[in-house]
Design a protein around this ligand. Structure first.
Ligand SMILES: [Zn+2]
Length: 389
């Protein structure tokens, strides 16, 4: 089942730095690429491919050209935050920065490079871990996101290849920007597992939000409670995702694999681990081979523990895409690099030493009940609309 895997990456991705003190730290991308290399994955069927910038015509598949012009205008030296009012730019979450358009268009184009590599048959699986900017809207930046690379990849696959796209979003935040783009479109099914909008930005993503018009039933949302563990998350995955995928019969699976659902993440309240993310990746891998000939485009996303979590989670994800078992002890060369960059000791193991502290019984029960209730509501109300179950 292991085919060649492309990793779309360029050091130029680090140009997407919203500010030196912003929680989304570009160093997480460098450390991920270096850990993939340190594990020798390039000798085992994983190859790095360069991204390319998305053109204005391509960006117009998901963004208002006037918005793209505004982003470009505010990318010039001396532009002020206040000028971004009304476009979601210049805010605490999305401060403007120099060369903002160039950095964002490159990440958007990275998702297209991944889609092209898969549809040309060069590879079956591609991982664009510099992307996954799922909160960007047609004419508004939001949640650290400026251009929505992952919605762009789905729209491009639909327009250029007439593809039916199954979008799976496992970031701790609701994938609102992607859902919005395809909310009335029955050819792109969006499924998002996330921490409930009652506790977390962007405040949306409840089971009742299930699409509109012809798209009714093609938007699926599972809100989760704080303290949700690997076991609870994976059980919900098994109940919902394979039945929906088999009923929808996609041509391509596009996933957003942010790792901010991790128990150490400073911005969120879920309790997943690196081995949980690895198991989730293995399930997605099996599903892609079962329902769409292995065509799987994965992206990154959230993840605000830049040193101890993100590189481990996305390297474990890459290895799972390639069907490779990794040695649990992390390569010393990488641990030295990580310690250098973070100023603290790096983790010793990929996954075995990554366990959340004991959770309060009541918190665990509430998380388990909430997931079960959400799953049951989707099975009852959404499955019949798309012939799943
Ligand atoms: Zn997130």
């Amino acid at each position: 089942m292991s085919g060649e895997v492309a990793v779309i990456y360029s050091d130029a991705y680090r140009g997407y730095e919203l500010s030196p003190w912003h929680p989304m730290k570009p160093v997480r991308l460098l450390l991920t690429a270096e850990l993939i290399r340190a594990y020798g994955l390039e000798d085992q069927g994983v190859r790095f491919l360069e991204p390319r910038p998305a053109t204005d015509a391509e960006l117009a598949l998901v963004h208002d050209p006037a918005y793209v012009d505004k982003v470009r205008e505010l990318s010039a030296p001396g532009a002020r935050d206040a000028e971004g009012m009304g476009w979601g730019l210049g805010t605490g979450d999305n401060p403007i920065f120099e060369r903002m358009h160039e950095a964002s268009a490159l990440i958007a184009g990275g998702a297209l490079a991944a889609a092209e590599a898969i549809m040309s048959g060069k590879v079956q699986h591609a991982f664009h871990f510099g992307g996954g900017l799922h909160h960007a809207h047609r004419a508004r930046a939001a949640g650290f996101c400026i251009y929505n690379d992952v919605a762009l990849a789905a729209a491009w696959l639909e327009r250029e290849h007439g593809a039916r796209v199954l979008y799976l979003d496992f970031d701790a935040h609701h994938g609102d920007g992607v859902q919005e783009r395809f909310y009335d479109d029955p050819r792109v099914m969006t499924v998002s597992f996330h921490e409930s909008g009652r506790h977390l930005f962007p405040g949306s993503g409840f089971p009742g939000q299930a699409g509109e018009g012809e798209g009714k039933g093609y938007a699926v949302n599972l809100p989760l409670e704080p303290g949700t563990t690997d076991e609870i998350f994976l059980e919900a995955y098994d109940r919902l995702v394979p039945p929906l995928a088999r009923a929808f019969a996609p041509d391509v699976i596009v996933t957003q694999n942010g790792c901010d659902a991790h128990w150490e993440d400073p911005l969120t309240h879920l309790a997943l681990t690196v081995s949980g993310f690895r198991e989730l990746a293995r399930r997605q891998h099996r599903l892609a081979h079962e329902v769409c000939g292995g065509r799987w485009l994965a992206t990154g996303g959230g993840g605000y523990q830049a040193f101890s979590v993100v590189p481990r989670a996305w390297t474990a994800h890459t290895a799972a895409m390639a069907g490779i078992e990794l040695e649990d002890r992390l390569p010393e060369s990488w641990r030295r690099l990580c310690a250098e960059r973070s100023g603290v000791e790096a983790p010793r193991c990929l996954a075995s030493d990554d366990r959340p502290p004991e959770l309060d019984r009541a918190v665990l029960d509430r998380a388990r009940e909430a997931a079960a209730a959400g799953v049951a509501e989707i099975e009852r109300n959404v499955f019949p609309l798309v012939g799943a179950g």
